[in-house]
Each structure stands twice: as C-alpha cells, then as structure tokens.
Ligand binder design. Structure first.
Ligand SMILES: [Zn+2]
Length: 513
C-alpha cells in the first residue's frame, strides 16, 4: 500500500545507499533475527497459524491480551535473554558495545538514536529490531493505521466498532509489516511523514476538518510498529517540530487543522555524530525524546573486519572459474581500511565504511578471475599485483583531504604499501629473508605481473634458495596459482622491508638488488 506513495521497498540483505529517497519495510531476508518464540509469550497470534481469530468477538474469546509495542518488545527481549539467544544475528563486533545498550533501551521502552559514521551497520541493527516483535498482531481489517481492535484510534474504526461490535473483522499483521523506514532529506515533507488532506476525499463531500479526509503518511501507517528515520539532522526544522508534536502531544496539525493521533510507535533514528551534535541541526525538545543515544563503531579488529567481508561480499558461483583468497590478501584488504580510518589524508567526518573492504575484496577477486580466464587457468588467486585496482572501489567511498586529484592514487598506494608491510611482518622475521635476498646479490632479478601465468612463478621457488621454505611457511598447497600469489607476497615484503629494489617496466614489476 505504501508503494502508491512513491516509497521504495526492499528486503535485500545488503544495505543500499545513495538511492536518494529510500524507505522500506524490513525484509524477509536472512538478516531477520530468528522468530521470537517462548512459552511465556504465547498469544493466539503467535503459533496457531491458520487458526487465528477473525473477528473482535473471537479475539476476546481467545483470551488474547493486547500490549503496547514497548511492552511487547520488552517481553520478547526478556524471553530471548532468558533463553540465551542472540537478538541480532549476523551483527559482528557489537556484542560488548552496541548490543547491551540496545537491550537496555528496549527494556527501558526508550526511543533510540544511533550515532555513527557511514557503514557501521546502523541500518541493519535498526531493521533487526523487528525480530523483537511478535510474529503477528491483530489489527482491524481495512484500517490504514493498523488499529488495535481493542483500542481503535482512527475515526473510521471507532465508528466501525461501535456499529459492528464483536463482528468487527480483524486481520493479523506480520512483524515484517510493522517496520517503516525513511531517509531524511531536506525536501522530505509533512505529507510524506505524517500525512496530508486527501483532495479526493474532500471532493467526495467531506469537510476539511474531518479526520476522514486524511491521507496518512508513513509514520501513522507504521502505527504499532517501529519507525526508523535515517540521517535525522537532514530533516527540516518544521518537520522536526511536527515529529515532536506527534510523539509528545499525540496530535498533529495539517494545513491548520488539528488531528488527534495517539500513535503507539517506537522511534529509531540514525545520524552522523558531527551533524547531530552541531548546534541547531536538531531541535532540543526532539533530542530529549530519544531516551538512548548509542554510538556505533567500525570493527575494532582486523578479524572482525574480515568476518564481515566474508559474510557480505558478492560471489558468483557460476562454476566457470574457481577462486581462492589467501588469508594474507584478506588481511591486507582489511588493514588498508583500518589504516584509512586513521589517515590524515582521508576525511574522517563521514568515515571509511566496511563497504570499502567489501568492494575491494570483490575487485581483487575479479581481477584474479579475469586473469585466470584470459590465461586459461583453473584457479583464480589474487596477488599483490591485483591490489592497485582497488583505487576504483575505494575512491568513490572515501573523501580525500586536499585538492589535487593526482593524490588519490598516491594516497591509496601508500596505504596499500603500509598494509602489506604490516601483514608481511606478522608472518616473517626480518632475517628469514636473508637467503632469498642473497640470491639477488649476483644480479639475479625476478619479474612479476598481474598478467603473468602462475607457472612462470614456479621457477622462482626452485631458483631462489630459501623461497621454497618461505612459501611452505605460508601454504602447503602446490597449486601454481597459489604459489604464484605467495611468491609475489614474499618479494613485495622483501622490497617493503628495503631488502630488494623494485622497478616497473612496461606493466611488469622487476625485483632486483
Ligand atoms: Zn483505524
């Protein structure tokens, strides 16, 4: 029904961004928390599928007890805590930071604002709150704002219940349909969020002051659910006032008319910390309506960063080319992102999203696949020489400080070198390179390239004393494609430790003394 208002729905597992205006209902996808089921939460709506009460009279007879959304979420959370079940499946690295705070907010019945830079899983956490709702709740059939059969608030339902009594029809609303989301933009309107007078209903002869002429916006339509507003500081001040009035006074003014609308809603918002704390961006009374202000963060460890990447990156299993990503490549990719988050050359205001790591992973794997196809190799294994391609997947997602465009490439190049050095030195001691470096003293040199066949690297394992041992340290595999990647990693590590020189000639890299 919300489609008619121009909102975009999606239930896709991945977060989408930059779509301009975006609103959605929580997806049915794998990101949803496991259904809440517990013995003390049994309500007729929960587990008697197909046999649920269909009228107000039947509902009364079933003994169903209606709860406010705060009571409902609190009860279900308590059930999950008792059963030691996770409340947010698939959320990595928030176990001791964000999640306990979310639980406290739910137990307190508070509205929540998440403060964090981009790509900190804010949207995902918000959507997963749906897992704390009952599987389904009864609403009056045909009501646009999901009226509680026991306590209808819209005029049309109040009249209906007065007229039809126990015969009033009810339907069951699933938890996924009790979530509304909106990306705040400067041109978001009161009509989008709260509602407008419907000219067709006016033309039908209703009076303007009649509540029945309302065309409800997304917030009333999310009544008895969770409403999330992303980038709250981008909401115009008069809308913030409207939002505050709705929450605080339970009434709203539309085109000069007051409409009473005591909605039962949990409001969840997200914002960039700098926008939120800067003066004048959020009206103080609205700020006060958020009982909990929860700071999100990027993965603290490289391990968490890699876990998220492995969970999220897009793989195509079309069977044409198999791929294998060595651990050190994953570590380098994660390390580049972690270094970028501390780099003075990169704007830290909007942050460096985990999506940078994810997209970089996709890029290096694709480059390896492209090579494997071109060379007719069976296995695609990313190499150090594939890393320069991450410029394409990084620059669009981070803001560079400074003005010269030529810097972008250099900044990413420098981060990549630092990351390789850090990862390499976790695997190798400085003097372990001695036998390898010795070979180069007599004028030996080694060529590498992203376009060279894996087989052409294998000779280095034989020709360079110490190389076989070093490779063995990294992998037991004797697959040429894997060995080629390891050989490059070791040569580059030796170079970055200033043991070998490196020159680039016609797309090839030459390591020499
Ligand atoms: Zn109604």
């Amino acid at each position: 029904m919300l489609n008619s208002m121009g909102f975009i729905f999606h239930g896709h597992k991945k977060e989408k961004k930059g779509a301009g205006e975006e609103a959605s209902k929580a997806g049915e996808g794998a990101a949803m928390a496991s259904p809440v089921k517990s013995e003390n939460t049994s309500n007729p709506g929960d587990d008697t599928a197909g046999n649920k009460p269909g009228t107000l009279g039947e509902l009364k007879g079933s003994g169903y007890k209606s709860l406010s959304i705060r009571e409902e979420m609190r009860r279900n959370l308590i059930g999950l805590i008792k059963e030691k079940k996770p409340i947010f499946n698939g959320i990595i690295g928030f176990d001791n930071t964000v999640i306990p705070q979310v639980e406290n907010a739910v137990l307190s019945g508070q509205n929540i604002i998440f403060l964090g830079e981009r790509g900190q899983a804010k949207s995902r956490v918000m959507r997963l709150l749906v897992g704390l709702l009952d599987e389904a709740i009864p609403v009056i059939r045909g009501c646009e704002i999901n009226d509680n059969p026991f306590l209808p608030i819209c005029k049309s339902c109040r009249e209906k219940v007065a007229r039809e009594g126990d015969k009033t029809e009810i339907v069951w609303l699933s938890r996924q349909d009790r979530y509304g989301e909106k990306l705040a933009t400067p041109d978001t309107t009161i009509a989008d969020l709260i509602g407008d007078v419907d000219p067709i209903k006016v033309a039908e002869g209703r009076y303007l002051s009649d509540e029945l002429t309302m065309h409800y916006g997304i917030i009333p339509r999310t009544n008895r659910g969770i409403f999330c507003i992303n980038e709250l500081p981008d909401l115009a001040e008069r809308l913030q006032v409207g939002l505050f009035n709705l929450l605080e006074e339970a009434d709203i003014q539309i085109k000069g008319y007051r409409v009473r609308l005591p909605l039962d809603i949990i409001l969840v918002a997200s914002a960039n910390p700098e926008d939120y704390t800067s003066r004048g961006r959020i009206i103080t009374p609205l700020k006060d309506r958020f009982g909990a202000q929860i700071r999100t963060h990027y993965p603290v460890t490289i391990k968490d960063e890699i876990t998220i990447v492995e969970q999220e990156w897009q793989r195509f299993n079309d069977g044409d080319v198999d791929f294998f990503v060595p651990d050190y490549i994953k570590e380098v990719i994660a390390e580049i992102t972690h270094l970028a988050r501390k780099s003075p050359d990169i704007g830290q205001r909007s942050g460096v999203s985990v999506r940078v790591s994810i997209a970089n992973m996709e890029t290096v794997v694709s480059n390896a696949i492209r090579r494997a196809i071109a060379l007719g190799e069976k296995l695609a294994v990313p190499r150090i020489s594939d890393l320069p391609y991450i410029v394409a997947s990084t620059t669009g997602k981070v803001e560079m400080e400074g003005f010269e465009e030529k810097n972008e490439q250099k900044i990413i190049d420098d981060l990549t070198k630092k990351a390789i050095l850090m990862v390499f030195n976790r695997y190798f001691q400085f003097d372990e390179l001695d036998p390898i470096v010795k070979q180069f003293n007599g004028g030996f040199n080694a060529e590498t390239s992203e376009n060279m066949s894996a087989k052409s690297y294998v000779r280095y394992v034989k020709e360079i004393p110490g190389m076989a041992k070093a490779v063995k340290k990294m992998t037991d595999a004797e697959t040429p494609e894997i060995m080629a990647s390891v050989v490059e990693f070791i040569l580059e590590g030796a170079h970055l430790n200033k043991r070998l020189n490196k020159t680039k000639v016609e797309g090839k890299t030459v390591y020499k003394k």
